[in-house]
Every structure is written in structure tokens, then in C-alpha cells.
Design a protein around this ligand. Structure first.
Ligand SMILES: C[S@@+](CC[C@H](N)C(=O)[O-])C[C@H]1O[C@@H](n2cnc3c(N)ncnc32)[C@H](O)[C@@H]1O
Length: 259
């Protein structure tokens, strides 16, 4: 596809069983990545609207917080994984036109939508799997992603790749869904995720697999404490998070140690 680079030798999403032990999640089938890529390719034109509606119009605020926590140096090289239509990549460039931003996704049609957005031609769009990145060790100042971890077949492999490509002292920041905490808002947020999310996704995407998958993956995803443990297992330090929308969304951050 014009404008989206496909590195030599890339053969599509990595086939890998889920070996993650944290969180007790079900193993994912070997073709999980291919199915997720196909689903996002199929809803690419409607994704931005769906995302805005599902976050009550607050998505830009969460994207800004993610970029805040990535501690990007002036003119830095930034890797935005699962870049989709480029919300985070474009926010990085809005703040610093000199930033060098690489957006990676395995669904090229999502990136084509992003490339057509204002300043989309200033992002380097690369088709690749976040579990097997085509970049040199320590070649980025910061790594960002939005809604990647809940979609991958193996979280430790995904975090190990980010750790590898980050320079020592560099930060990663990630926006993710989070299970509703046990508090007074839980009945409301559970109702919203179980009943409202699938209906909104169905109405906007008109794709049954998309709404079933989005609802299921939001419900089943890991708590901030589980994500923090996985980041520490990958070697990151200074791990933290903040939550939004009654605890159902979180921005996580962590640093690669300098030693
Ligand atoms: C929910 S969208 C998020 C898009 C964007 N980050 C945002 O915040 O709006 C998830 C994206 O992750 C991509 N994705 C999921 N797993 C991936 C993987 N293993 N490698 C690369 N991209 C992946 C999907 O293709 C999709 O575009």
C-alpha cells in the first residue's frame, strides 16, 4: 500500500500461542494476530468515530496524558506501536514538529486512514507486528501505544521488544482498558462495558466480530497492578499509572534503566 512501508521479509502477524502467565488469561489461537489485523482492517474507516463515542468524547485527553508520560526529548525519535489511525503519533508531532515519529501497526488500512489525516505524511508508517519489531536495539528515545497489550497474543514478548528498542533512560507510556475496580461505580461501569460498548460498536462498525471482540477484550483485560508486574518482569523501572473513566481506562508508564 502506498505510503505504508512493509519491511523486507515481513510475512504478516506473528503466529504464537499466548504464554503469558499473569492474569490467568485463556491461551489465544495461533492465528490470533491475523484475525485481529483483519478485524481492524475491516473497521478502519469507522474506528475514529467509534473510539470517540466509546470514550465519551474524551479520547484526546487520554492521548495527551499518554504523550505527557512518554518524556519525549526535543526532536526525539518516537515509536508509536499499534498506531492505528495515528492519534498518539500525530499528538507527538503536534507538540514537537521536529520529533521523528515511526508508527507501527499490522493493519495497513488503519494506517492509510491515519496517513490521510493532517500531518499524516510526516509520520513514517511501518507495517509490522509489535511482537517482532524490525528495528535496531536502543534506536528510540520513547515508545508509546494505545490499546495494544489487550490485543496481543503474548504480553511478555511484546514488552521485551519495547525494552530492546528503547535507549537506556528512555520511557514507554501506554493507554489501556482496565477492569472496573470494586467501588460504588462498578455496577455502572460493568453495565456500560457489557451492554453499551457492544451496542455502540455494532451500530458504528456494523461488523459482528468487531463488537463481540471489543466487548470481550475490554472486560477480560489486566489490572494496573498486573501490568506493573509485567513491566517490572521485562526489566523496566519507575513503573506507574493513572486511571480514568471510573477506573476503566489507565495510562501506564515505565523507564528503561540507565545501567
Ligand atoms: C484499538 S486500535 C488502537 C489504535 C490507536 N493506538 C488508538 O489509540 O486509537 C488497536 C490497534 O492495534 C493494532 N494491533 C494489535 N495487535 C498488534 C500487533 N501485535 N502488532 C501491531 N499492531 C497491532 C491493531 O491493528 C489496531 O490498529
Amino acid at each position: 500500500m502506498a505510503g505504508v512501508r512493509r519491511p523486507n521479509g515481513y510475512r504478516g502477524p506473528v503466529s504464537q500461542q499466548n504464554t503469558s502467565s499473569a492474569g490467568g488469561d485463556q491461551p489465544r489461537p495461533a492465528d490470533h494476530g491475523a484475525r485481529v489485523a483483519s478485524m481492524f482492517n475491516g473497521i478502519a474507516g469507522r474506528y475514529d468515530l467509534m473510539n470517540l463515542v466509546m470514550t465519551w468524547g474524551q479520547e484526546p485527553r487520554f492521548v495527551r496524558r499518554t504523550v505527557d508520560h512518554a518524556h519525549i526529548p526535543a526532536g526525539g525519535r518516537v515509536l508509536d506501536l499499534a498506531t492505528g489511525t495515528g492519534d498518539i503519533a500525530l499528538e507527538v508531532l503536534r507538540r514537537d514538529p521536529d520529533a521523528r515519529v515511526v508508527g507501527v501497526d499490522f493493519a495497513p488500512e488503519m494506517m492509510e486512514v491515519g496517513r490521510a489525516r493532517p500531518n499524516g505524511d510526516r509520520v513514517e508508517w511501518v507495517e509490522a507486528d509489535a511482537m517482532d519489531l524490525p528495528f535496531e536495539d536502543e534506536s528510540f528515545d520513547s515508545v508509546t501505544h494505545g490499546y495494544l497489550l489487550r490485543n496481543v497474543a503474548d504480553i511478555p514478548t511484546t514488552l521485551a521488544e519495547q525494552f530492546r528498542v528503547l535507549r537506556p533512560g528512555g520511557w514507554m507510556a501506554a493507554l489501556e482498558t482496565s477492569p472496573a475496580p470494586d467501588d460504588v461505580f462498578k455496577p455502572f461501569s460493568t453495565f456500560y462495558i457489557r451492554n453499551v460498548v457492544p451496542r455502540v460498536a455494532k451500530m458504528i462498525t456494523k461488523t459482528p466480530e468487531a463488537y463481540a471482540y471489543l466487548s470481550e477484550s475490554s472486560r477480560a483485560f489486566k489490572s494496573p497492578a498486573q501490568i506493573a508486574a509485567l513491566l517490572e518482569d521485562a526489566g523496566f523501572v519507575n513503573v506507574g499509572h493513572e486511571t480514568f473513566l471510573f477506573g476503566t481506562l489507565a495510562v501506564h508508564w515505565a523507564m528503561k534503566p540507565v545501567v
